[in-house]
Design a protein around this ligand. Structure first.
Ligand code: GLY
Length: 323
């Protein structure tokens, strides 16, 4: 069966995909379907991994990363470590469409957004602050009590305590555990009825990240990539996808005539090349609208819809145990 259009996204995308599907059904383009779907996810105050009320960094400040890429042109735009703007996906699209650059970070991205008329606002409310304190209270930190106390000090006095914490405790191991638990991000991939593919990603990154930490989500080739033949995006521990160039390799395999499911599966299997593990979930779609999703964490799922369907359906992602 030939599909006219299709859309897929990660587990939190059910809030946005119906809108993306409607745009595609009405003949809209893949970029609009991606952006509008993600804006709804960024708006959702109960999604604590994307946009408004996203996980704060160590200092309690929400810093957002987002990116968008069009397959037919390989045009791309991204922002990283952006504060006080609710829709980083829209700023990323403007970077792609009207700036001479591909990525803007921090203050520069914020100035760009402000100059374009995007509204600056507080993007954390009581619920988001409570989530921050729930992580800080130590219950999710599998560390000795004295280490938990020191890490809490680190949260509050980063500059004073960072060196001591890093010298005395396995902070990398702690972040590995935290990112296994406290990760999120949204990915949306759309194929429109002109056979254009587009991919978008938006995230607040790993909870309690160091200020200025940038994950895979705005890095083309790592957490996002799109060509005229396939699009691919990741959620999970961004450092893994950056080190493995995960999405560029998935798309490249499709260009070498490897089927989308095999190409995506191989992305997860490549985790074996790294000594430390975390979570990785890869979702991909090819130009025929076939979607594949693989992960090394059991129980993850995604949503998919195409022109033969009324609504997006929930699908289990394929779990591969990586030792
Ligand atoms: N995958 C999202 C992040 O690591 O920031």
């Amino acid at each position: 069966m030939t599909l006219d259009y299709a859309i897929c996204g990660t587990r939190n995308s059910n809030i946005g995909l119906p809108t993306g599907l409607k745009i595609l059904r009405e003949g809209g383009n893949a970029l609009d379907a991606v952006e509008e779907s993600i804006k709804l996810i960024e708006n959702n105050p109960y999604d604590i991994t994307v946009g408004f009320n996203g996980f704060p960094n160590l200092l309690g400040i929400v810093e957002l990363d987002a990116s968008i890429m069009e397959g037919s042109t390989r045009n791309a735009g991204a922002v990283a470590a952006v504060k006080n703007f609710r829709h980083p996906i829209s700023i990323a699209r403007k970077v792609m469409e009207i700036s001479p650059h591909v990525m803007l970070v921090g203050e520069g991205a914020e100035r760009f957004a402000k100059a374009l008329g995007y509204q600056e606002e507080d993007i954390i409310d009581e619920l988001g602050i409570q989530n921050y304190h729930n992580i800080m209270d130590g219950k999710s930190l599998e560390m000795p009590i004295e280490a938990q106390e020191l890490v809490r000090e680190l949260f509050m006095r980063f500059d004073v305590h960072l060196k001591e914490v890093m010298e005395n405790y396995s902070i990398k191991e702690w972040y590995r555990k935290l990112s296994f638990d406290k990760h999120g991000t949204t990915n949306v991939i759309a194929l429109d009825n002109e056979s254009n593919l587009a991919v978008g990603v938006s995230t607040s990154g790993i909870a309690m990240k160091f200020p200025g930490r940038v994950g895979d989500s705005p890095i083309f080739g790592a957490g996002i990539y799109c060509s005229d033949k396939a699009g691919s995006a990741c959620t999970g521990t961004g450092e893994l996808a950056i080190r493995l160039s995960t999405t560029r390799l998935v798309v490249d395999r499709v260009h070498r005539n490897i089927a989308i499911d095999k190409a995506t599966e191989m992305g997860i299997l490549e985790l074996k090349q790294l000594k430390e593990q975390g979570v990785l979930h890869i979702i991909s779609m090819d130009k025929s609208g076939q979607c594949a999703a693989f992960t090394n964490k059991d129980g993850l799922y995604h949503y998919y819809a195409d022109s033969s369907m009324e609504d997006p359906e929930k699908r289990q992602s394929v779990f591969l145990k990586i030792q």
